[in-house]
Write a protein that binds this ligand. Structure first.
Ligand code: COA
Length: 170
């Protein structure tokens, strides 16, 4: 996999919401409305959102909520024209480092059981399937798999995150 060096990951700003919402619409059958992102950025002190930029263009985004000591990934997408270039991996690394910085012990998320692309990405970061939420998705009744990481302080996770960072900066 060739990583694009010019892609950078940083905090999402209100000015990014239009571009983020476009990617959200291209990525999910039941997209969040744009105002949901605005509300998250303005009013949810537990939320953190990142964007990936290629030059000045937003090409992906990810968000998490710090719930007690669990960093719960809420949304995550890469523009279809930019997929399979390591941007999802770069965003997940950003969320992992942020989660450690804000004191989370684990990362968790729900993923469609048929979403193999996302599951593979998560598994490569150490996420494991720990549960199932039957008929979680309201549009088609698909089940969600619940995935979680080992403790972020576990040396295995530390080594994995450090290796991802080193690979990115190589
Ligand atoms: C899931 C998603 C964010 C991945 O983004 P991406 O930038 O394409 O991912 P990366 O290029 O960083 O891929 C990292 C790894 O994920 C896995 N992967 C990603 N896309 C894949 C695909 N289409 N098929 C199989 N594996 C895939 C691979 O293991 C890949 O590593 P490799 O390229 O070295 O084989 C992207 O496909 C997307 O936006 N999907 C729609 C929205 C979505 O499903 N979000 C997750 C909701 S839980």
């Amino acid at each position: 996999m060739a990583l694009i060096a010019r892609v950078t990951v940083g905090p999402m700003a209100l000015a990014d919401v239009t571009a983020v919402h476009e990617i959200e619409q291209l990525s999910f059958s039941v997209p969040w409305p744009a105002h949901a992102f605005e509300q998250e950025l303005r009013g949810n002190r537990l939320a953190r959102y990142l964007v990936a930029r290629a030059g000045g263009t937003v090409v992906g985004f990810a968000g998490t909520w710090l719930m007690v000591d669990d960093s719960h990934i809420t949304t995550f997408g890469v523009h279809p024209e930019w997929r399979r270039q390591g941007i999802g991996r770069q965003l997940l690394l950003g969320i992992a480092e942020l989660s450690i910085a804000i004191g989370a012990r684990r990362m968790t998320l729900e993923v469609r059981e048929t979403n193999e692309a996302a599951q593979r990405l998560y598994q490569s970061f150490g996420f494991e399937i720990v549960g199932r939420r039957p008929r979680y998705y309201t549009d088609d009744g698909e089940d969600a798999l619940v995935m979680t990481t080992p403790e972020l302080t576990d040396p295995v996770m530390g080594d994995r995150i450090a290796a991802e960072r080193a690979r990115l900066e190589a």
